[in-house]
Each structure stands twice: as C-alpha cells, then as structure tokens.
Design a protein around this ligand. Structure first.
Ligand code: AMP
Ligand code: ZN
Length: 115
C-alpha cells in the first residue's frame, strides 16, 4: 500500500466507500461525485500510480475484464457505457492510483474525448 493513497485505503477497507464489486485483485466502488447516473471506479488493490506504471499484464487484463461485471451489476451492460482512464496532468488525473471510470445510465454526447 502506498502511504496516504486514498484508493489504497478504500481497497483495504480503511476508509468507507460504497462497494459495487470486489475480488482478490480489484475493487469497484461508487464515485463520490458522480458525473452520470452510473459512475463507478474500479481500482487494482495493488498500488500503481497510473496506466503507465508497469502494471502486470494479468492484472491489467483482470482490471479491464472487471468492467463488464460492473456494467452487469449496475444494469448498463445493454444500454451502453463509457470507460475512461485519466492519466497525468493534461487528463486531469487527480488521484494517483490507477482507476477505471465506468460511466452510464443516460445518453452521452458523441465520442469526443472530453466527457
Ligand atoms: P480522476 O480525475 O480520474 O483522478 O478521478 C478521481 C475520481 O475519484 C473523481 O471522480 C472523484 O470524484 C473520485 N473520488 C475521490 N475521492 C473519492 C472517494 N473517497 N470515494 C469515491 N470516489 C472518490
Ligand atoms: Zn494506492
């Protein structure tokens, strides 16, 4: 666990969150400030700062395969959803523990890069 990392602490159950899904490698929880009716964050339990931080292939695969589980649990697998991974300053990454945003539950704008 990285010191003072909020998502490490959420993954470890040390600070509260509304969990949506959890297994041995990842956990998914509701975003505190949802930007869509469904807005879930999925994080690996192991600390990695961002998607460029030497994440083992198996963990990366597991992280992204967990997206469809979250989508099914939240009832948006059929209606559709958007997956975003902000990385670094230009993308306005604010929490430096890699996380996958899963957004859905309403019609979004077209596939422009910004939400
Ligand atoms: P990003 O800009 O990609 O780094 O997104 C960080 C996300 O984490 C934002 O959408 C925040 O609303 C969310 N967030 C920050 N703190 C918490 C928390 N304690 N529980 C749930 N979501 C959080
Ligand atoms: Zn962390």
């Amino acid at each position: 666990m990285a010191e003072d990392c909020i998502f490490c602490k959420i993954a470890a159950g040390e600070i509260p969150s509304t969990k949506v899904y959890e297994d041995d490698l990842v956990c998914a929880f509701e975003d505190l400030n949802p930007m869509m009716p469904v807005h879930v964050l999925i994080v690996p339990k192991e600390h990695h700062a961002n998607i460029g931080d030497n994440i083992p292939d198996a963990l990366m695969g597991h992280l992204f395969n967990s997206v469809k589980k979250v989508a099914e649990l939240k009832g948006i697998a059929e209606s559709g959803y958007r997956v975003i991974v902000n990385t670094g300053d230009d993308a306005c990454q604010t929490v430096h523990h890699v996380h996958v945003h899963v957004l859905g539950g309403a019609k979004m704008n077209d596939g422009s890069p910004a939400l």
